[in-house]
Design a protein around this ligand. Structure first.
Ligand SMILES: C[C@@](CO)(OP(=O)(O)O)[C@H](O)COP(=O)(O)OP(=O)(O)OC[C@H]1O[C@@H](n2ccc(N)nc2=O)[C@H](O)[C@@H]1O
Ligand SMILES: Nc1ncnc2c1ncn2[C@@H]1O[C@H](COP(=O)(O)OP(=O)(O)O)[C@@H](O)[C@H]1O
Length: 285
């Protein structure tokens, strides 16, 4: 194992629904959501160093390294554990950024889990999730690594085993700021609390969807195109929209017919994060 480079996956997620049930005094919103993990995502590799330097060898254009969630996660872990080691990190970015599919949060979570393993810190997942929450509301779900219902701002998680559908995910070419959507006066904030035991896709919604559609017509256009094929919805605060298929062939057909004004990918829903499958094989091997 010494010289073998481990490729750590950082999977994408979809919010199969997103309900806003209230607003906290600090302005943050109380949410209910179902986070579906996907079998596609970015990839990260780590080379451990004896000096404490954290270096991202593949910077992301437009994201200064000190703001990159990978670097921030590595530094937060060093601090929480008093670790004196560092790392050279390579990111193979495959996911579109800022599209509501969680790329940055997933990168941060994979960094926490991978460096916890490689620096031999042995911190429990709960501790890593706690460190992750300070980096972003969606980091704990990726650290825990299971498809799950979420409550609070995303930190109260209830793992669930879902039928593994196939998804076509389309990311319209527009940037939507999460803060802008959450600050908007027209956002509905009073959806009744859902009993997760009664979850059915058709009886849920994304409370940000109408607002985003009215402000970003390209997102509505992408949705109108997808809904002709299968039940569809926006994920997170956008801009990505997804269609949910029972079988792979139908999803493939939809993707093949995607018009040129849209770009997208196909993925399978998974109940367990590929990061955790990897961890298990490393711990056995
Ligand atoms: C709502 C979700 C669902 O997955 O949207 P996406 O980011 O995936 O689209 C996420 O939880 C988002 O998480 P994340 O993108 O990490 O949000 P943060 O950086 O923590 O917050 C960005 C801004 O959104 C607002 N915000 C965020 C989360 C929340 N529960 N209530 C809020 O009001 C706050 O104004 C905050 O300043
Ligand atoms: N490693 C990273 N990968 C992607 N985005 C990052 C990363 N670090 C910081 N960011 C910032 O986080 C923003 C949100 O990214 P991302 O997590 O991909 O989207 P979303 O939260 O909408 O799912 C990006 O626009 C970027 O400015």
């Amino acid at each position: 194992m010494e010289n073998q480079t481990i490729i750590w996956p950082a999977p994408a997620k979809l919010n199969l629904f997103l309900h806003i049930t209230g607003r906290r005094a600090n302005g943050y919103h109380e949410l209910q959501s179902l986070f579906q993990l996907l079998d596609v995502g970015d990839e990260l590799t780590f080379t451990i160093k004896d000096s404490s330097e954290i270096k991202l060898l593949t910077p992301i254009q437009g994201v200064p390294d000190e703001q990159n969630l990978i670097v921030r996660a590595a530094k937060a872990l060093q601090q929480a554990s008093n670790c004196k080691q560092g790392a050279d990190i390579i990111l193979n970015k495959k996911l579109p950024m800022g599209g509501g599919i969680g790329g940055g949060s997933s990168n941060a979570a994979t960094t926490l889990v991978a460096l916890n393993y490689m620096w031999q810190l042995n911190l429990p997942l709960e501790k890593l999730a706690h460190i992750g929450l300070s980096l972003g509301a969606d980091v704990p779900i990726f650290v825990q690594g299971q498809t799950a219902f979420a409550q609070g701002v995303g930190e109260k998680l209830f793992p669930v085993s879902l039928k593994q559908h196939f998804y076509v995910v389309v990311t319209p070419d527009c940037h939507i700021s999460t803060a802008e959507i959450f600050q908007h006066p027209d956002l509905p904030r009073d959806t009744a609390t859902l009993d997760f035991n009664n979850y059915q896709f058709k009886q849920t919604q994304n409370d940000c969807q109408q607002l985003v559609f009215s402000r970003y017509p390209i997102v509505a256009k992408a949705f109108d195109w997808l809904i002709e094929y299968a039940p569809s919805r926006m994920t997170g605060t956008g801009a990505s929209v997804f269609a949910m298929f029972e079988d792979e062939a139908s999803a493939r057909r939809c993707l093949a017919e995607l018009p040129s004004f849209l770009s997208g990918f196909m993925a399978k829903g998974v109940n367990k994060s590929p990061v955790h499958s990897l961890l298990e094989s490393l711990n056995i091997g």
